[in-house]
Design a protein around this ligand. Sequence first.
Ligand code: BGO
Length: 269
Amino acid sequence: MKIALAGNPNSGKTTLFNDLTGSSQYVGNWPGVTVEKKEGRLRDHEDVTIQDLPGIYSLSPYSMEEVVARQYLVNERPDALINIVDGTNIERNLYLTTQLLELDIPMVLAINMIDLVKKNGDVIDIKALEKELGCKVMPLSALHSEGSMEVAEAAIQLAKMRPSIKNPHVFTGSVEHAIAHIEESIEPTVGHAGLRWAAVKVFERDERAIQEMHLDSSVLDHVEGHIVDCEKEMDDDAESIITGQRYDYIAKVIQTCVKKKRQKGELSV
Ligand code: BGO
């Protein structure tokens, strides 16, 4: 069984990877690029490999790390995913999370640095986050090895059960409408696995991702009409619509699930 570890740089990914794998690590490079590839055997689990992915902020192809991570996730489709986020910087970290959820790979969201969150007097409502995001969410303090194995065990369970991720409602009606049309048009070529992720990429006109899907030009011409209609309605370009709505959605999730301790001098409203 293969479990991949994904997260932003500085989220504690290396700390968690070391805690989970101990000394059973193999380090190399991803094929064709000088991006470090690390994998290891999960402690006390001969049959479980932990695949460390490069630290990334998104699955857009802006850096070699992002290309490597997304090619692995889309083409190899690990059995489960641990998405580690820095709990003290959760709003920024959730951008990648919204993209990972679209891949429909069983996923545990591990809220790391929970020791610092508590020390700061902030509260993250884990159950509310689970409800909003539609995936398993667990607290973690990788540095203190508190919750690491629990997160890995939860990922193993999800890999065995393979529940389908019910995507949260991230985008507004007309965008979802266009995405539904795109899904229908590309499914015969792309297949069901990761269909939503692929449809969002087509909507964004992500050239590299589209190239890798090998879609017929007639399919692309057909869906272009739906994309243009949506752009006209929203008076914005497709990529900006997606990015903007992801941020709006995350802001709402944070408002519901995270209570920050008021800073000194801050007025209550
Ligand atoms: C330094 N709790 C706390 N408090 N810190 C954590 C936790 C946690 O649960 N998990 C990780 N860290 P990486 P990426 C550091 O290195 O694993 C810390 O990029 C320092 N170094 O110890 O490297 C971890 O692989 C000097 O902190 O992240 C590390 O994802 C002073 O988060 C940092 C303070 O973890 C990043 C911290 C010389």
